[in-house]
Design a protein around this ligand. Structure first.
Ligand code: COA
Ligand code: ZN
Length: 311
């Protein structure tokens, strides 16, 4: 069997409306964001990263974070999360009753400086204060280790540094971890090694993997993570997205392509692939440009084409 160690069920977390929309050249109207999130909520996704509570100067496209978070219709069972870089972001997310806040630090010092304008020790100090702030609130806290598989400025990150960040996060009380390949530098062997090491070092801690397809290794990395026992994957409708603070960064792995692949391999995602494809089909009109998703272009593998000879 190909994936002897893989979980039979993998949760899909939708990040297009955050990781995707943050780098779009044109502002996506607030009502379109809300409509898309509401439609995504009905497709069986486990978690939706709705927006980010960052500086509107840094990410103008998500300046409507509070409005969006407050206006969406929440489906019971779906976790509505938001990216938070600092205390101010945490306060704003709490005011909108986000189910989860996703604290993000890049372990590549220079990427963290470019992206968050903080050194890693400053990010961690912010996070410690945030953990005090949220102690009494009914909110979960996920810690994202960004540039876990390589920093575009500082290069490959040693496994020890990933384990260090994970240890810091968990020691301050975060509930779960995301290992993020922010700029698509990770390869399947590294992903397998790092995911196994994190799961062994921190047994029972929920781990999500977040990949970008910048160098064509995105779905291969999903399989490596899943085979290493990771049962939660971030992905983006249509494959849109990318970090605005990393030169040449391109799309996240595509949600519908990921669901299509996992289901073909006999791994249940609980996601309605046809419903996702219907939503992905609307993206080029919404964004004003084509999107990289492949199943959208080729159709599902089970779909039959008209044979030319029979015409
Ligand atoms: N939400 C909204 N506004 C915020 C904010 C937040 N979380 N944090 C800071 N600000 C505002 C401040 O109030 C201040 O506003 P003012 O100029 O009107 O007084 C301004 O932003 C600068 O504040 P400062 O604390 O000096 O922040 P900074 O300029 O050092 O930037 C971050 C730090 C983290 C706020 C900024 O770099 C950021 O938002 N980065 C996110 C980048 C991102 O999302 N990248 C992609 C996802 S990984
Ligand atoms: Zn990303």
């Amino acid at each position: 069997m190909l994936f002897e160690h893989a979980p039979r069920r993998v949760c899909l977390n939708e990040v297009s409306v955050r990781d995707g929309f943050q780098s779009e050249a044109v502002f996506v109207p607030t009502e379109d964001k809300i409509r898309l999130i509401d439609a995504l909520s009905a497709t069986g996704l486990a978690r939706i990263e709705v927006t980010s509570f960052v500086s509107p100067k840094a990410i103008p496209n998500l300046r409507d974070a509070a409005e969006v978070m407050q206006a969406i219709t929440r489906v019971p069972g779906v976790i509505y999360t938001a990216l938070v870089p600092n205390e101010k972001g945490a306060e704003r997310a709490l005011a909108c009753a986000a189910d989860e806040i996703n604290l993000v630090m890049s372990i590549g010092e220079r990427h963290n400086l470019a992206n968050m304008r903080m050194r890693c020790d400053q990010s961690l100090a912010q996070f410690r204060n945030i953990m005090k702030l949220v102690a009494a609130a009914p909110v979960r806290v996920n810690g994202t280790i960004a540039t876990a598989f390589g920093c575009p400025f500082d290069g490959e990150q040693p496994l020890d540094r990933v384990l260090w960040a994970a240890g810091e996060y968990l020691a301050m009380g975060m509930h779960s971890l995301t290992l993020a390949d922010t700029t698509g530098m990770g390869h399947p062997q590294q992903v397998a090694d790092f995911c196994r090491a994190v799961r062994t070092a921190f047994p029972g801690v929920p781990v999500t993997a977040h990949f970008h397809n910048t160098r064509g290794m995105g779905l291969a990395n999903v399989l490596a993570a899943v085979d290493a026992g990771v049962d939660s994957i971030d992905a983006s409708l249509g494959g849109i997205g990318g970090c605005p603070y990393a030169p040449g960064a391109t799309g996240n792995i595509c949600t519908e392509d990921t669901v299509h692949m996992l289901e073909a391999c006999g791994i249940d995602t609980g996601v309605d692939l046809d419903a996702l494809l219907d939503l992905a089909r609307e993206l080029p009109t919404l964004l004003g440009h084509p999107v990289p998703g492949q199943v959208l272009q080729a159709g599902k593998r089970t779909q039959r084409q008209a044979c030319p000879e029979a015409a």
